[in-house]
Design a protein around this ligand. Structure first.
Ligand code: PMT
Length: 414
């Protein structure tokens, strides 16, 4: 019951946040056009107003009616159509766009834009728009690797056009490699990022996420219930707001957040090493990882055999990474999390003080909708000045933004 009503609420609040934002989607002719259909569905679900325009080649793959039905707006296909020009208008489309997305973008379309050719509706509108342009290429692996295309992409990037890397995998042409259209969810994420205020520009965030695996023998390990969702939400929100993000992640099943430098680790010792490496270059650290407090005293090199008698496992304490950072920080803002099951505020205050932190985000991991595994959290933010801010249930994405607002406020007072 909780989960269902929350999911509805989540999309409602997402839709509320994007209300009124217009995305113009240019669809060029490639087999990945079918994924553009899903992209429109997701954008509309999130509250964007979507205006689709299609090249003649795109209409060979999907009909305009499909896009019109999903977007709820007429689809523009012709530049010299008197009816379309009076109903939609190519300059009107260019002006309305708050983000202009081209997905899928073919080698041909990218080449024309790079050469300044505007000989159809899509290339004309992209030439006329002042909105940020996001290009999501999709094509055969060898076409993508072609130096002419790569030169065109470099030129457009220099001119401020935003590109997404195609995904790797099986391609419709039968080849395997780089050339698949990025997943529609990832394109939506990039669109949100382009709309967001870049108030973290210049910040170099070091974020940790997920659990650790501390091996007992070759087949067993000690771990926690952390899924990594909180840390990954922080990474995505940081990128959206313009920060450079290094994400040090314990083992998770989550897709890598776009635009981050992802360092994968397993144990607390590996996490410590990666954190210490990146720390001197960082301006702020957010430790959302559930770092393992203990590891087995010794690794048993062969699989421990099942027996009838109880056995004892001896554990040794792991180093406290955050405490070590607190002792050596040099201008960086340090944000910790406190996973508590009792005395939430008192325990969090103690950790804030003992680890020399600037902020601590305390979550009662036994409360409904809070803590491990889910998409939501219920937290209280405490800072070094003694402020205590209890927050209601919200998505981990929203909490990430609240944490950054607090971090920026502290930074501005420094
Ligand atoms: O990953 P999810 O499923 O989304 O769940 C999110 C979460 C519950 C893991 C997250 O919100 C959270 O609370 N993370 C911190 C968990 C934790 O280890 O809390 P702690 O109270 O034991 O540690 C306090 C702080 O010290 C934490 O920032 C922790 O990263 C850090 N720490 C802890 C132990 C250690 N050896 N080194 C550390 O740096």
């Amino acid at each position: 019951m909780f989960a269902k009503s929350f999911v509805i609420g989540y999309f409602q609040s997402m839709a509320e946040a994007q209300k009124g934002h217009t995305v113009v989607l240019g669809v060029a002719g490639g087999i990945a056009c079918y994924k553009a259909v899903e992209l429109v569905r997701l954008l509309v679900r999130d509250g964007f107003s979507v205006q689709v325009l299609m090249t003649r080649e795109a209409m060979e793959f999907v009909t305009p009616l499909t896009f019109q039905t999903l977007s709820g707006h007429p689809v523009a296909t012709e530049i010299f159509s008197l009816t379309q020009e009076s109903e939609i208008g190519h300059i009107n489309l260019a002006d309305q766009a708050e983000v202009f997305v081209i997905a899928p973008a073919t080698a041909n379309i990218i080449g024309k834009i790079a050469a300044g050719i505007a000989d159809d509706l899509l290339t004309t509108v992209v030439m006329a728009t002042r909105a940020p342009v996001l290009i999501a290429p999709s094509m055969n692996v060898h076409m993508y690797g072609n130096p002419i295309l790569q030169e065109n992409i470099r030129k457009l990037k220099r001119l401020g056009y935003n590109f997404m890397e195609p995904a790797e995998g099986y391609l419709a042409c039968g080849y395997e490699g780089k050339g698949r259209l990025p997943e529609p969810e990832e394109i939506v994420e990039q669109v949100r990022g382009l709309l967001k205020k870049k108030d973290l520009a210049g910040e170099k965030l070091l974020i940790t996420a997920g659990p650790n695996h501390e091996a007992i023998d070759p087949v067993r390990y000690l771990t926690s219930r952390s899924s990594g969702k909180m840390g990954y939400a922080l990474a995505r929100a940081g990128v959206r707001r313009g920060a450079e993000v290094t994400l040090i992640s314990g083992p998770t099943s989550l897709p890598p957040p776009a635009g981050t430098r992802l360092v994968r680790v397993k144990t607390a010792a590996e996490m410590r090493e990666a954190v210490m490496d990146a720390f001197p270059q960082s301006t702020a650290v957010v430790m959302a990882a559930a770092v393992a407090d203990y590891s087995p005293e010794r690794f048993i090199p062969r699989k421990l055999k099942k027996g009838e008698k109880p056995i004892q496992l001896h554990l040794k304490p792991n180093p406290d990474i955050l405490k070590e950072l607190g002792a050596k920080k040099n201008g960086q803002i340090l944000v910790g999390f406190a996973a508590e099951t009792e005395e939430l505020v008192a325990n969090a205050k103690k950790k804030l003080r003992e680890k020399n932190l600037d902020l601590i985000v305390a979550n009662d991991v036994t409360a409904e909708g809070s803590g491990f595994e889910g998409d939501t959290n219920v937290a209280t933010i405490l800072d070094r000045k003694g402020n205590v801010q209890p927050l209601p249930l919200m998505t981990k994405e929203e909490l990430a933004d609240r944490i950054y607002n607090h971090l920026l406020a502290l930074k501005n007072e420094q």
